[in-house]
Design a protein around this ligand. Structure first.
Ligand code: ADP
Ligand code: ZN
Ligand code: ZN
Length: 756
């Protein structure tokens, strides 16, 4: 009898391990390969899964195992090492393997489409279209006119280029095609285009040392090494990355670069392509399915050497990966907060370790975890203390606003400084981390406050303020919950006492914009927050405007704090940061310090010196005084000492179990039974050898009710990562099989970053 061929297939669904299927050899059909996809029967459907392993004996009774329906790939999509990485990720985060594997595949490949892709759609003007002018396009068809004007100055445009440049262009493209003005055709995934000339900076000595160290480790070959590149804002970290990437490409290697969600701007892509004089692939949430498929295919087949992507690009298959980089490694967007809750920062290091290649973690404000790893000698610490070129570090001052006159959140001294900087023709940036007009809408008669019907939270009042038509008396506006997204019109009268007088309590960016507009009537103001950048491409447009100096005053939330390079900004004002000083979350101080330093880092990045003013009622608070007098490193050292003393991460390991349900007792009971199950497991093992595992909870989440569900959490922590994880491995099958788990939405968050 021929030996059995048992194929272990990762399929989507709540299965922690791959499922067994049988392959019945058909003489001339293709055979399944490890790392390739197969189609398998599942319940009454056929689904696509990935072959993780091929063995000769099943884990189940043979007569219960079904046969594979079809082999999809006869060559592997993932290398052996990549499969080990996916398996490791699933196990570390206690996540079903199929879910992890599916997150590593573009949507089209998940549904079984051919891995090869012919190309994507491109558009251009027809010969007829080329001789037409804007006057030939209907005055009323605004989108068509925009598209036409854009195509006038461009040759073939791919869907992604049009997405980046225009909104809602598709129906306009259809109409123009019908009029014979445009035509479209399938083109290759990879279109060569002209690159801007390479800027060719001479690296300064700190940058050069950093590049040399990483390149040396890369050249040594076949060895893992992790580098923490700590460079003050404006020190030219990107230049260091580019130097290292160039060297890797010269060796014929591919490079994976992760950037935070809003860091991946067209400006950044252009900078990479100009320096490297080669196309780079990009992967981020704004792409459509064919764009993703294209990028993925180009990287996997080695046609493109550099992949720039956000968090999930981490799982892309490479042909010959030689270097990993993660920019702004402290950024919270690297942590996936739902479903498969992984940390891309931790996983990229693991991936580099398995691939035996160098990884660089860069930041001006490194996470305490990474600093701890550097201090423990696991990461090599590369430091850039100076700003690149001739830029000076900004002077940072605390502005004691106790007893000062404050109008709409802005103190008189800050206003005075603004005037001075503006008079000299410079740009001013105001940071206020709260969008909307006011966080509270209150009845003046009875004190009623607009609260979200489904969350334990106030609704934020939004004005729909239009700077081109400022009308401060306009009562138009709406209420929005920033937690569940619920929106409603502003009530005409108070639901409780029918009064029509409301007070708007507190400041958001909209209100600040209105005030600033009234004060500086002759200045242009640009507000950058989630509300002004909702439309595709608008973030790019606004930041490009800001960079070109087309606005005098920039107002923004933390979106504005990240990575941007505005050469003309000389004054940065931080408005309302005090509440962050007194949070219950032990990570709040770290986040606050990072945010303050990142915002401050926007000042004085070119020739002109920068000034940063932090308004506070707590000028003696040690977080602020340390940051201002001694800088981030000193703050971080202190914070790490506090973490050691309090026995908190990174000196201790945590897993947070969350549960939410419409009935609060369901969520509570689920966590209580999980806890007693874990305690039972602990009793069964040898006490003397078992390091302490501690529980905290179950307790209600900081916001008990959200989107109509009651939320609870149970923290499990230990000094020993291994035994903590072992405990969960033993427990997990019980959770999946527990009837209680069906009444709740539950999740495990390994190394949680937020206690929301
Ligand atoms: P960071 O990411 O560290 O905040 P950037 O990489 O954005 O800083 O660099 C800040 C600015 O300094 C950029 O405009 C960059 O082009 C410039 N720059 C970087 N390195 C050099 C150098 N060696 N010589 C001249 N200019 C440089
Ligand atoms: Zn009232
Ligand atoms: Zn809500």
């Amino acid at each position: 009898m021929a030996p059995l061929i048992i194929v272990k297939v990762a399929v989507p669904g709540p299965f922690l391990f791959p499922l067994d299927y049988l392959f019945e050899d058909e003489k001339d059909g293709s055979a399944p390969v490890v790392g390739g996809r197969v189609e398998v029967p599942f319940r009454n459907k056929k689904i696509t899964g990935l072959v993780m392993e091929i063995v000769d004996s099943p884990d189940y009774e043979l007569n219960k195992i079904k046969a594979i329906s079809k082999v999809v790939d006869d060559t592997p999509l993932f290398s052996k090492t990549e499969l080990v990485f996916l398996n490791w990720s699933a196990q570390y985060y206690h996540q079903p393997i199929g879910e992890v594997v599916m997150s590593a595949l573009p949507k089209r490949l998940r549904s079984g489409e051919n891995a090869e892709i012919k190309g994507m759609q491109y558009w251009r003007l027809t010969d007829d279209g080329k001789i037409k002018t804007l006057d030939d396009i209907s005055k009323r068809a605004k989108r068509q006119r925009e598209l036409f004007a854009h195509m006038k100055s461009h040759d073939w445009q791919s869907e992604s280029q049009l997405n980046g440049a225009l909104e809602n262009w598709r129906s306009a493209a259809k109409s123009l095609s019908e009029q014979g003005v445009l035509d479209s055709s399938y083109g290759p995934c990879l279109m060569q285009h002209e690159f801007a000339p390479s800027p060719n900076h001479q690296l300064n000595s700190e940058q050069k040392t950093a590049v040399d160290q990483v390149v040396a480790s890369q050249r040594a070959g076949n060895q893992f090494a992790a580098f923490l590149l700590e460079g003050v804002t404006g020190s030219g970290k990107t230049e260091v990355y580019l130097g290292i990437i160039e060297a890797a490409i010269k060796e014929g290697k591919q490079v994976l670069v992760l950037v935070p969600e809003i860091g991946l701007t067209p400006q950044m892509i252009n900078r990479f392509e100009a320096y490297l004089q080669t196309r780079v692939a990009v992967l981020h949430s704004g792409l459509n399915d064919s764009e993703r498929h294209c990028a993925w295919h180009l990287v996997r087949t080695g046609q493109i050497k550099v992949l720039l992507g956000t968090r999930s690009a981490l799982f892309t298959a490479f042909q010959d990966l030689g270097l990993c980089i993660i920019d702004e490694e402290h950024d919270l967007s690297y942590k996936q907060q739902d479903g498969f809750r992984y940390s891309a920062r931790d996983l990229i290091v693991r991936r580099a370790h398995l691939e035996k290649i160098p990884v660089v973690l860069g930041s001006a404000t490194p996470s305490l975890e990474s600093l701890h790893n550097a201090q423990a000698g696991r990461y090599q610490h590369l430091v850039l203390n100076r700003r690149a070129a001739n830029a000076k570090p900004p002077s940072i001052k605390l502005l004691d606003i106790r007893g000062e006159r404050i109008q709409e959140g802005v103190s008189t001294p800050l206003k005075t400084q603004m005037k001075q900087h503006l008079q000299q023709g410079n740009q001013v940036l105001l940071f206020l981390n709260r969008r909307g007009f006011s966080p509270v809408l209150m009845c003046h008669e009875c004190g009623w406050q607009a609260a979200c019907p489904s969350c334990d939270a106030n609704m934020t009042f939004h004005r729909r303020y239009d700077p081109n038509n400022p009308n401060p008396d306009s009562e138009e506006g709406y209420l929005a919950c920033h937690h569940c997204g619920e929106q409603m019109a502003k009530p005409k009268v108070c639901p409780s006492c029918q009064s029509d007088e409301f007070v708007k309590v507190g400041q958001g960016t909209e209100r600040l914009e209105q005030t600033i507009n009234e004060w500086f009537t002759d200045k242009t103001i640009l507000r950058i927050d989630r509300d002004t950048t909702r439309l595709k491409g608008s973030m790019t447009e606004l930041t490009a405007k800001a960079e070109r100096g087309e606005a005098d005053i920039l107002i923004g939330t933390q979106m504005l704090a990240k990575g941007h390079h505005f050469p003309n900004v000389t004054l940065v004002g931080l408005l309302d940061i005090d509440q962050g000083l007194f949070s219950a979350d032990y990570r709040a101080a770290e986040r606050m310090a990072q945010l303050v330093m990142q915002v401050a880092g926007r000042a004085g990045r070119a020739e002109k010196p920068g000034e940063v003013l932090i308004q506070t009622h707590h000028p003696d608070h040690s977080l602020l005084t340390t940051l201002v007098a001694k800088g981030y490193s000193e703050f971080a050292n202190k914070a790490l000492n506090e973490r050691t003393e309090a026995n908190l991460p990174p000196f201790r390991y945590q897993v947070l179990a969350r549960a939410e349900a419409v009935k609060p007792e369901d969520a509570m009971n689920f966590l209580a039974s999980l806890k007693s199950g874990l305690e039972n497991c602990l009793l069964q093992v040898d006490h003397a050898n078992h390091p302490e595992v501690q529980f905290w909870g179950p307790v209600s989440a900081p916001m008990l009710r959200r989107q109509g569900r009651y939320r609870y959490q149970l923290m499990v922590q230990s000094d020993n990562r291994k035994s903590l994880h072992q405990l969960l491995i033993e427990m997990l099958p019980h959770i999946y099989n527990s009837p209680l788990s069906r009444k709740v939405r539950w999740s495990l968050d390994v190394d949680p970053q937020e206690m929301y």
